[in-house]
Design a binder for this molecule. Structure first.
Ligand code: FAD
Length: 324
């Protein structure tokens, strides 16, 4: 049976996040030829709705309200429930982002539905879709199937490929008026940390350093390599705890989950808690002095050596290729 699937898009600083397009692709698979309805909340999101259509949504509903300018679970919860009541979909897809992780359990509990969270792949489509999700910090995977009722899924960013952008796709964009009231909390102010360059969560290349980097200055060659490859710098908790870098760079169970095309781990031993955040990367290169380091178990390419010798050599070789 074909399904109607509602997808929540996420905008940041006036642009849609990639995960919105990945969620549309997941919804297409789940719909089994049915309808994919994009949903956008904010205070000026009308212009972004077309973009969801170009990535495959059949139509898009926007809810604009000053209280939706910034995410609160109360505000987005009220807006989403209004969309749900209007559309009565068979399935819902959110990104497994900070927003999706916060909002999805609240909505699932209101709707008394199940929730299949942190999905990294979908096998089959329509009614026979099975959802693959990592368990035990990525040590194993389970396949989950929805037995009955509303299907509610969150998808891990960077795992499900979006459809190609096609500006010739057309679809209706409508707005729904929702009176977002009685917020129990409001965002008074957002104080941003000054970060430069590529966003770590969405980077295609991550160069991550661990305690083996030995100091804040030790991160400089890693930053140089990341810049050269158009990527971002990340870190283990060991490096953050030692004050070599900011906790916003931490990757792992209690940090960010990243799935870049290329992950270079330098001076990182490969603790299970670190691997929970990076083991799904497409290609993993590990540089470590210790040939027995655990990180080599998940690495596609292992380099046994001193990172302060290996990284400058990599930089030199990449520069040669870039120049020629
Ligand atoms: P170490 O384990 O000290 O490894 C340093 C490595 O560098 C060694 O393998 C060494 O051989 C190598 N090395 C040293 N010098 C060089 C050199 N010159 N060249 C090449 N290699 C060199 N950790 C995370 O990363 N992310 C998390 O989210 C996280 N969450 C946690 C949650 C909990 C509840 C707990 C208990 C722990 C968590 N940890 C997390 C910590 C984790 O268990 C490890 O302690 C941490 O990942 C170790 O960091 P590290 O690999 O940088 O350091």
């Amino acid at each position: 049976m074909s399904k109607k699937v509602v997808v929540l898009g996420e905008a940041r600083e006036g642009a849609l996040r990639n995960v919105s397009f990945e969620a549309i692709a997941a919804a297409k698979t789940i719909s089994g030829g049915g309808e994919v309805v994009g949903v956008l909340f904010g205070d000026a999101v009308q212009s972004l709705a077309e973009e969801m259509v170009h990535y495959g949504a059949n139509r898009v509903i926007t809810v604009e309200h000053p209280h939706l300018k910034q995410y609160t679970s109360d505000g987005y919860g009220q807006a989403f429930m209004a969309v749900y009541e209007q559309e009565k979909p068979d399935a819902i897809v959110f990104g497994h982002t900070a927003l999706g992780k916060d909002l999805s359990p609240k909505i699932a509990s209101k709707l008394e539905s199940g929730l299949i969270s942190d999905v990294t792949a979908i096998e089959g489509e329509g009614d026979s879709a099975q959802f693959i999700r990592p368990i035990y910090s990525g040590k194993a995977f389970e396949k989950v199937k929805n037995k009955e009722g509303l299907l509610f899924v969150t998808i891990r960013p960077n795992n499900i490929a979006p459809l190609d952008h096609d500006a010739s796709r057309t679809g209706e964009v409508s707005s729904l008026s929702v009176d977002v009231t009685n917020l129990r909390s409001v965002i008074a102010e957002v104080v941003r940390k000054a970060t430069e360059g590529v966003d770590l969560s969405e980077a295609k290349v991550v160069v991550a350093g661990g305690r083996g980097v030995k100091s804040a200055e030790g991160f400089e060659p890693l930053q140089k390599l990341a810049n050269l490859l158009g990527g971002a710098v990340g870190a283990s908790r060991g490096a953050c705890d030692a004050d070599y870098c900011d906790y916003s760079l931490q990757i792992g169970q209690t940090g960010k989950v990243v799935t870049p095309d290329l992950y270079i781990a330098a001076g990182i031993s490969g603790a299970i808690q670190h691997m929970a955040g990076m083991s799904n990367s497409k290609i993993i290169v590990a540089i470590n002095k210790d040939p027995e380091a655990n990180i080599f178990k998940v690495a596609d390419y292992g380099i046994v050596g001193d990172l302060f010798e290996v990284i400058p050599m990599m930089i030199e070789e990449i520069q040669k290729v870039k120049v020629s």
